[in-house]
Design a protein around this ligand. Structure first.
Ligand SMILES: [Zn+2]
Length: 352
């Protein structure tokens, strides 16, 4: 189905089922536990350079928590959900909130909000920035925020070695949104990783970026992680440097995954049984990743593929719906209540 048409139908379904108060009827038929994925919470000045699709305002998250509370949902962590699924239960009143990357606003803004609603959550942390080391994506976002996609694409094109990539970088689609989408895709999958990392770091340094300061201002510290853990929030691993795992060889993948596991274990002093794939789409990990997770003793891993989770869902390929400032609240609630899942079983696929 064409993306625009799908978007329109999704909105229409939300208008009917959310605003007329009918969506709750689907919950028992949903047959799985919904998980929602977020990144930043609130609009801290320090994270102004990060893109809007990673942010959810405090007001919107509070509104969602109110709706969930009113609908008598109870909040589980990923680990608690897995325990229920393993015991053969699919709690129809359960929802899981997850927050990726380990941003400091998760401690400063999210934690008080969760306490207000007596809710819990799972936070997946990448541990490199907590030791002062940022990944290419931050260099990229930081420079992108200053220069825009087309100017940055041209700067990158000057330095990449592959001719066809150079041409693609100079021919980004017009408009900031489309241009940025294509530029990021090229950087993730087309530009040679070592080249990408080196060029972006140079551009970041030349533009006056301060890596250590940024890492400190934007990410949780090990102390924050301990405080979240003590408050009943589950912390899961999310690699050290947030790379596309399927683009790495087996040893590099192991270092990335095991590194974040050991960091977290040493900070928290206990096991860390859950993991989230950086980027989280099916093509962002491979069979080596699954084997490494199993070898390291993880009990579950979560993707960014939409859907609910039942006893049949592979425990290393759990699913979740995404929410950010652009999401429509009615659509998020229809995702959570299983309206779209119900329609999908009847042949109308409206999950995104
Ligand atoms: Zn992530």
């Amino acid at each position: 189905m064409k993306h625009r048409l799908k978007r329109m139908l999704r909105r229409l379904v939300a208008l009917v089922f959310h605003h007329l108060g009918l969506r709750g009827a689907f919950r028992r038929a949903r047959g799985g536990v919904p998980v929602v994925m977020f990144h930043n919470v609130g609009h801290a000045e320090e994270t102004a350079y990060l893109p809007g699709h990673m942010k959810t305002s405090t007001e919107r998250l509070r509104r969602l928590l109110q709706l969930l509370q009113r609908a008598r949902y109870r909040f589980l962590t990923v680990g608690q959900m897995l325990t229920a699924l393993k015991a053969g239960e699919v709690p129809h009143d359960a929802v899981v909130l997850t927050f990726d990357d380990g941003y400091r606003d998760n401690f400063e803004v999210l934690l008080p909000l969760l306490k207000e609603f007596d809710a819990t959550a799972t936070i997946f942390v990448q541990t490199g920035p907590m030791k002062g080391k940022l990944n290419w994506l931050h260099h990229y976002f930081w420079v992108l925020h200053q220069r825009g996609p087309h100017a940055l694409g041209a700067m990158l094109a000057e330095h990449v070695s592959r001719q066809h990539t150079k041409a693609d970088l100079l021919a980004l689609p017009a408009g900031d949104v489309a241009g940025e989408y294509e530029l990021k895709r090229l950087l993730k999958y087309d530009v040679l990783p070592e080249e990408r990392d080196e060029i972006l770091r140079r551009i970041f340094d030349e533009a006056g970026g301060d890596e250590r300061k940024l890492a400190e201002e934007v990410y949780l510290s090990p102390d924050d992680c301990r405080a979240l853990d003590a408050a009943g929030i589950e912390l899961g691993a999310h690699t050290v440097n947030h790379l596309v795992l399927s683009s790495l060889d087996e040893n590099q993948q192991r270092r990335e995954i095991e590194g974040s596991l050991r960091d977290l274990q040493s900070w928290l002093g206990h096991e860390v049984p859950t993991f989230a794939y950086p980027y989280g789409r099916l093509w962002d990990y491979d069979e080596h990743t699954l084997q490494i997770l199993e070898d390291l003793g993880f009990e579950s891993a979560i993707t960014a593929m939409p859907g609910v989770n039942d006893a049949e869902t592979p425990r290393f390929e759990l699913k979740r719906f995404a929410m950010n400032d652009d999401s429509n609240m009615g659509e998020v609630m229809c995702d959570v209540d299983g309206v779209y899942t119900w329609l999908e079983r009847r042949g109308l696929r409206l999950t995104v």
